[in-house]
Design a protein around this ligand. Structure first.
Ligand code: ZN
Length: 576
């Protein structure tokens, strides 16, 4: 198939994914046959599952082996299987067939499940249709930039300092000059990678234009079943709704920081905050959040909580790998190995707030996978969208800082919890709001970056930081500070999903409150030992898997389309 023909059919599909009427007819890639396109597509989808499912399972197992053992051979095997999986989605003839079947199956409206299967399969094929030479250029440049990030060390007074050292200074130092130097050290990599990044962005855009999209950002969102205009409107809504309450909260935070650093609030600079991007909330209380969990079994508390809300996790935990040991990767994730019930959690549990929250988060992913309707085709036995499973994980992960939950999930007495309740709520609130406003910067910047990579990106970045985070641009600052955020290279056009997950978590909790708690306020809801909570999640969110588009699922489950309204109510509306 010629590149022009591919461009035409891809443009058609981009249109129909965005809900537009189809105006061009796809190239007839399907052979003349007595068998209807729908039957052909059904046969293809069944064969696809038989071809791809075993390789995906082997990849998941190899990755599990690699991360639990640190074994180089297992990592190499995972790399090979990943490549094999990509190659299974590279055949341009099969891709052309998919593009031809999709409108036929959609028009017939007789097999909604088959349509969803084809849409998901298309989403896996499309990124692997990029011209091989262009792909090689992007991979090479991406690796080169990542290597600069991982090997570069900024300097403070001529001494090299790594990321941990910079965070340590920004978290603890009261020496304003040292803080400024640490912040500047964190930005020194920017000018080294900026030009390469702009080149990478242009290559990505070139690939997107070849596939019929205006730019790479819009392609990525469309292929992930997210309409770019809808996402943009959602973030504009979040920005507007959170503006005034954030101004107030930021004013309170600045008063604390001004006193801590002995400067006027209007003299606060970006280095007075707790990390190089102001993406996390500075600590405003000395309370030790880990104290609630010290000496307690994170595993036992989680097991009792999930069983109490009617979600079985004992078998998941038996298959899991929960504790640190030599050679094991120091991270956390959840994996559904085979979509046949082998769901596992990977953690490095310690008895502190971080791991309590993390275990709740990962088990949130796990119960989602566990309760997807097993009768769905393999392709649809996954979350409706990555941000939706993230929302469920976030909903549970937030509990570790919820005084109601600490009260019911641990054996601490109300007398031990009550004095900390305000601190816990304020900490959670600040974390959420600071992250939300930071996300607005990332999302607006990335969209602008791909829309026009030749514009003055340094100015775009600082304009957005001032607008959304209410930080002051340091005088005469003229540097590629935007280029210091590694996500722009490693996880492009993905950042919006984090905040969409937070929005959906609050929206789900609000809907549960309406359905199960007589509309109780967020701060009053106590989900412990209520099996209706698990049943609500299984019925409304988990069971349909990917058989329903996320926007439909959210509307069916909560009664309205995804909205930032409930996130703002939960974290930005002042409690009485
Ligand atoms: Zn997660």
């Amino acid at each position: 198939m010629s590149s022009i023909a591919r461009l035409m059919v891809a443009a058609t599909l981009a249109g129909c994914l965005a809900g537009c009427p189809k105006t061009t007819t796809p190239e007839p890639a399907v052979q003349e046959s007595a068998v209807s396109p729908i039957e052909q597509a059904r046969t293809f989808a069944d064969a696809y599952e038989a071809r791809v499912a075993p390789v995906a399972k082997d990849l998941n197992l190899a990755y599990w082996d690699a991360t639990t053992s640190g074994d180089a051979e297992a990592y190499a095997r995972a790399g090979e299987l990943d490549l094999q999986l990509r190659q299974l989605h590279a055949d341009p003839t099969e891709f052309a067939q998919l593009l031809a079947w999709l409108p036929a199956v959609e028009a017939s409206a007789e097999d909604a499940i088959l349509l969803r299967e084809l849409q998901r399969i298309h989403g896996h094929y499309a990124p692997n249709q990029i011209d091989a030479e262009l792909m090689a250029q992007m991979v090479t440049l991406g690796v080169e930039v990542e290597e600069i990030y991982s090997t570069h060390r900024g300097t403070v007074d001529g001494e090299p300092v790594d990321a941990n050292g910079i965070y340590e200074i920004m978290l603890t130092s009261t020496d304003a000059e040292l803080r400024r130097k640490a912040w500047e050290a964190s930005k020194q990599v920017g000018p080294l990678v900026a030009d390469k990044l702009v080149t990478l962005v242009k290559l990505r855009n070139q690939a997107a234009v070849q596939a019929g999209y205006p730019d790479f950002y819009q392609m990525r969102l469309s292929l992930a079943e997210q309409d770019p205009a809808t996402v943009q409107a959602l973030f504009a809504d979040m920005a507007a709704r959170s503006q005034a309450p954030f101004e107030q909260l930021k004013g309170e935070l600045d008063a604390v920081l001004a006193e801590r650093h002995g400067v006027d609030a209007d003299a606060l600079m970006p280095w007075h905050y707790a990390d190089p991007f102001f993406q996390e909330a500075p600590r405003i209380s000395d309370r030790d959040l880990d104290a609630f969990y010290r000496g307690r079994s994170v595993e036992a508390v989680n097991t009792a909580y999930f069983e109490g809300i009617g979600l079985e996790v004992t078998a998941i935990i038996e298959r899991s790998d929960l504790y640190p040991r030599d050679g094991k990767q120091p991270s956390a994730y959840c994996t559904d190995i085979d979509r046949e019930g082998d769901v596992r959690v990977f953690c490095n549990l310690e008895d502190d707030d971080y791991w309590m929250s993390t275990m709740l988060h990962e088990l949130g992913h796990a119960v989602y996978d566990e309760y997807i309707d097993p009768d769905l085709p393999w392709v649809l036995r996954g979350a409706t969208h990555s941000f939706a499973t993230e929302a469920v994980a976030l909903l549970f992960g937030r509990l570790s800082k919820d005084p109601n939950w600490i009260d019911c999930a641990t054996d601490l007495t109300p007398e031990e919890i009550e004095p900390a309740a305000d601190d816990l709520r304020r900490t959670q609130r600040l974390l959420q709001v600071v992250f939300a406003r930071w996300s607005l910067v990332m999302v607006d910047f990335e969209r602008g970056l791909y829309a026009d990579p030749d514009q003055d990106l340094n100015t775009l970045w600082w304009d957005l930081v001032e607008k959304h985070q209410l930080l002051q641009r340091p005088p005469d600052r003229e540097a590629a500070d935007w280029a210091t955020k590694i996500h722009i290279v490693t996880a492009p056009a993905y950042y919006h999903n984090y905040l969409m997950g937070e929005m959906l978590a609050s929206q789900m909790l609000s809907a549960m409150s309406r359905d199960l708690y007589d509309g109780q306020q967020f701060t009053e809801i106590d989900t412990c030992a209520n099996p209706e909570v698990g049943a609500w999640l299984v019925d409304r969110i988990f069971e349909p898997g990917a058989s329903v588009h996320w926007s439909q699922l959210v509307e069916d489950a909560t009664g309205e389309p995804l909205t930032p309204r409930y996130f703002v109510e939960e974290y930005l509306t002042q409690p009485e």
